[in-house]
Design a binder for this molecule. Structure first.
Ligand code: CMP
Length: 140
């Protein structure tokens, strides 16, 4: 097993409901370390650039509007198999399909307001981390 880093975003539905601490506890209790973290308010351009891979999808516009509807917490998580581990802790994209005990099952409102984002591959983790953080901001 390898130590990896992955990008996580605590989305506006969760920051609005003051759930940052509860969500961070899920990561830490699972052995992931938060090695970088900041609270920001995305611009429309940033949201569109971050989700560019989804730009042809019907939900793209709504997704971008949602992501700029409030503050987000962007963070880098580190640990053994952090990318897959984080996806397990988050649960399925749609909370209706998420397993019991996962963040999305417990906190998400719907498929759009689904509380958290996590990178889905090593390649995307690298891209997404560098979208928000410089190397100097990551303290492992
Ligand atoms: P996320 O992991 O941030 O990646 C893309 C996001 O699009 C996804 O989580 C969902 O919140 C959002 N989304 C909205 N509608 C849909 C949909 N119908 N199918 C998949 N993702 C959706």
């Amino acid at each position: 097993m390898a130590v990896e880093t992955t990008l996580s975003i605590i989305k506006p539905d969760a920051t609005r409901r003051n759930l940052t601490g509860k969500i961070n506890a899920r990561f830490e209790e699972s052995g992931l370390q938060i090695v970088a973290q900041k609270k920001i308010w995305l611009t429309r351009n940033q949201a569109e650039a971050f989700y560019e891979v989804h730009k042809e999808r019907a939900f793209f516009d709504d997704l971008c509007n949602f992501m700029i509807s409030g503050a987000v917490v962007v963070q880098v998580l580190q640990g053994e198999n952090a990318i897959a581990e984080n996806r397990k802790i988050m649960g399925a994209t749609n909370p209706v399909n998420a397993e019991e005990g996962t963040i999305r099952r417990d906190f998400a409102e719907n498929v759009e307001a689904n509380s958290v984002h996590g990178s889905d591959s090593a390649e995307n983790a690298k891209k997404e981390i560098s979208f928000f953080f410089s190397e100097l901001e990551i303290v492992g």
